[in-house]
Design a protein around this ligand. Structure first.
Ligand code: S3P
Length: 439
């Protein structure tokens, strides 16, 4: 029997105040484990995110024969080169992690091994044909329910041929799966995107010594290159910082500083949009010496106004739309989010879950085929709400609970462990403490 966890959040009267650090970037953490696992030598990782999703990636790589030492946010990965990944003796369980299953499929499709990958009930309804189709074009032998549309996925690894592929959706997971398959294919593979998506795979491959070429929306990689182990310092996850950027902006009397957050251009749509809405965000202490840039972000309460979010901006903030929707409920005017039908195939259908749960709290949100229309500004009231097993919905509702009158009860709050295991600890410290440094 599955236990249902609930969390109670009360209105925060004195604002959220303090200096915090958010856990390591989830996308970069996954990639560090996978690339470290196929590199030659010992890769050391600092600032790893020990959330459930990345722990799933560690356990898959261990099943593939890679020795990994994990102590909190510190990793040592004993890479012996891509040819040393061994056939897993049992099913590779990816839990709730779309990044794990899609990137690993690309990594394994060209190796001489058999693998079966599956995840939880949310993974079971997320589309896998978006990676199966291009990988089959490269010669991969892959299958899954409904001709490869859904998990479990099976891979009968074999030699792959390079392809030139234009992606029908803007997806870093699809782009990365093809690049990782291209890494051991014969010839030069190219992927062209609709809009530029997060480029952590490209940056990290280069840091491991792989030559890739990038020109606008096209990335090219020549196969049969090897990787050399490195030391990686992972920045704080801007997608986790986003909850506090919005909380600080909409909860009166708030003043929060978030240290060493990743400010990769392909991820900073949240900052651009909040600034456009009138938020007070200061970026200081930029560090650019690593292959991913860092900075400190300082946010203070400020009145917000509505905005429109569409097109190229969407992949730059795709994971932040639930928390942006909450910000929009507190902005003067009507906010329109469109071109975001990808939200329907995330951990939940986020178009529906955002509208359903925030409307329970008194918001006025309409759903459209590819986004949301949010009518602001509406006062929120405490309610009984549900994360639907989606970490980002759970965190968004917790921030809504800090603003709402009365008490908010969040059902299925355990989902938050997927990307931010210490979220409630940090939130309650920010509620209690005025301008104190929280380690
Ligand atoms: C991710 C890419 C995004 C994002 C997900 C993580 C990644 O998905 O929503 O949380 O690490 O590459 P898509 O690439 O499918 O848009």
């Amino acid at each position: 029997m599955k236990l249902v966890t609930v969390k109670v959040v009360r209105k925060t009267k004195n604002g959220l105040n303090g200096t915090i650090a958010v856990p390591g970037d989830k996308s970069i953490s996954h990639r560090a484990i996978m690339l470290g696992g196929i590199a030659n030598g010992k890769t050391v990782v600092k600032g790893f995110l020990p959330g459930d999703d990345c722990l799933s990636t560690i356990s898959c790589l261990r099943q593939l024969g890679v020795n990994i030492l994990q102590e909190g946010d510190y990793l040592e990965i004993d890479g012996k080169g891509i040819k040393h990944l061994r056939e897993p003796a049992s099913v590779l369980e990816v839990g709730n992690s779309g990044t794990t299953i899609r990137l690993l499929s690309g990594l394994l499709a060209g190796l001489p091994l058999y693998a079966c990958l599956q995840g939880d009930s949310s993974i079971a309804i997320r589309p896998m044909n978006r990676i199966v189709e291009p990988l089959r074009l490269m010669g991969a032998k892959m299958d899954g329910r409904q001709d490869g549309k859904y998990t479990p996925l099976t891979i009968n690894g074999r030699s792959l041929q390079a392809i030139n592929y234009t992606m029908p959706v803007a997806s870093a997971q699809v782009k990365s799966a093809i690049l990782l398959a291209g890494l051991h294919a014969i010839g030069t593979t190219s992927v062209t995107e609709l809009h530029v998506s997060r480029d952590h795979t490209e940056r990290m491959l280069e840091a491991f010594g792989v030559t890739i070429h990038r020109s606008g929306k096209k990335v090219t990689i020549t196969g049969k290159q090897s990787l050399t182990a490195i030391t990686i310092d992972i920045p704080g996850d801007i997608s986790s910082a986003a909850f506090f950027l919005v909380a600080g902006s909409i909860i009166p009397n708030s003043h929060i500083t978030i240290q060493r957050v990743g400010i990769n251009q392909t991820r900073t749509g949240i900052i651009d949009v909040l600034e456009r809405m009138g938020a007070s965000i200061k970026i200081t202490g930029k560090e650019e010496q690593s292959f991913e840039p860092f900075a400190d972000l300082e946010v203070k309460f400020a009145p917000l106004k509505a905005t429109e979010i569409a097109g190229e901006m969407i992949p730059r903030l795709i994971d932040e739309i639930p928390i942006i929707a909450l910000a929009a409920t507190q902005a003067e005017g009507t906010t329109i989010i469109k071109d975001a039908s990808e939200l329907k195939v995330k951990e939940t259908n986020r178009i529906n879950t955002v509208a359903e749960e925030l409307n329970r709290m008194g918001a006025h949100i309409e759903t459209t085929g590819d986004g949301l229309i949010i009518h602001g500004k509406t006062p929120l009231k405490g309610a009984y709400v549900n994360s639907h097993g989606d970490h980002r919905i759970g965190m968004m509702l917790s921030i809504a609970g800090c603003l709402a009158d009365g008490e908010t009860v969040i059902e299925n709050s355990e989902a938050i462990k997927v990307s931010y295991p210490t979220f409630f600890e940090i939130l309650s410290k920010l509620q209690e403490i005025n301008q104190t440094v929280i380690e």
